[in-house]
Design a binder for this molecule. Structure first.
Ligand code: NAP
Length: 289
């Protein structure tokens, strides 16, 4: 990779960011496309967020990815939000268009593209979505447009109800959204006829790898189980789903596809998802060494 005065700079802001796989994935995409772009990782504290966004404008960065803890706060510092980012209330991608900073959220489209890329079409399906945090909000706004029914189960039921109300308000009654608490009783009742289960909680994430949001007895071979957690690569939920014969999809697929959508926003060019997936797997293997 040759850096020159013409190289366009993109990056990731968040805290912590030291272990992010995004530089491996995004730089692999730029290299494969032969684009004169580079992607850097920038640790930005909560207190420095406003300065960082001013810096992006002043330094002429082409784009940024935004991760925890800034996804919601950053919306206040941008000039425009695209419609999905406005509805979801968070941003994970910023485009600098000649000094105008525009915020997008690509988590939802990343999840949809990961499903479709792996041969799962959520259209007309019943989806059970666990969690009502940032990832769940983003994913639900995209999947609710496709699914015949979406059931949101969350530990804090009020958050699930707020999300269900927001979805119905934006998408209309046709969205067919319900909200319940995340309990064994509700999991048993809702999973019996569900087509796709999406885990958008952080349960099972490193270092609590032995935790799972769903008892294995509620998993069935006909279910597609999609876990947004990508560390570990195969969570306990995915391992148990695989053991009962269910189809599984990991969070790395979503990480790659949401990153691909960001690349497309910055460059206007189709992203090479296979190259990006290979880089993600290599980055993950390297991190374990
Ligand atoms: P968040 O906004 O903090 O939300 C966390 C969610 O997990 C909430 O619904 C929370 O429930 C639930 N939760 C946490 N601990 C729980 C427990 N012990 N039992 C039951 N529920 C629990 O986080 P987020 O940004 O939505 O991220 C959620 C997960 O998605 C993370 O693991 C993140 O790494 C992953 N993610 C992956 C990608 C990808 O590209 N693959 C992208 C984005 C996020 P309460 O509301 O009750 O607290």
């Amino acid at each position: 990779m040759k850096i020159s005065g013409r190289t366009r700079v993109c990056g990731l802001i968040g805290d912590p960011v030291e272990h992010s796989l995004s530089p491996s994935i995004q730089n692999a995409a730029f290299r494969s496309l032969g684009l004169d772009y580079v992607y850097v990782v920038l640790r930005v504290s909560k207190e420095s967020l406003e300065d960082a966004i001013l810096g992006m404008r002043g330094l002429g960065f082409r784009g940024l990815n935004v991760t925890m803890p800034h996804k919601i706060d950053v919306t206040r510092h941008l000039d425009e939000l695209d419609e999905t980012a406005k509805n979801v209330g968070s941003v994970n991608t910023i485009l600098n268009r000649n000094g105008l900073l525009i915020g997008y959220t690509t988590d939802g489209i990343g999840a949809l593209r990961a499903l479709r890329y792996n041969g799962v079409d959520p259209s007309g399906k019943k989806i059970v979505l666990l969690g009502a945090g940032g990832a769940s909000r983003s994913v639900s706004f995209t999947l609710a447009k496709e699914a015949s029914e979406i059931v949101i189960l969350n530990r804090t039921v009020e958050k699930a109800e707020r999300l269900a109300n927001d979805l119905t308000f934006v998408l209309g009654d046709g969205a067919k959204v319900r909200a319940e608490g995340l309990s064994d009783g509700n999991l048993k009742k809702e999973l019996v006829d569900a087509d796709v289960l999406v885990n958008a909680t952080s349960v099972g994430m490193h270092p609590k790898e032995e935790e799972t949001p769903v008892d294995r007895h509620f998993l069935r071979p006909k279910l597609v189980v999609f876990d947004l957690v990508y560390e570990p690569f195969e969570t306990r939920l995915l391992r148990e789903a695989r053991e009962v014969g269910a189809r599984t999809l990991d969070g790395l697929a979503m990480l790659v596809h949401q990153g691909a959508a960001s690349i497309e926003i910055w460059t206007g060019v189709s992203a090479p998802t296979e190259v990006m997936m290979k880089a993600a797997l290599e980055g993950l293997a390297e991190a374990k060494r």
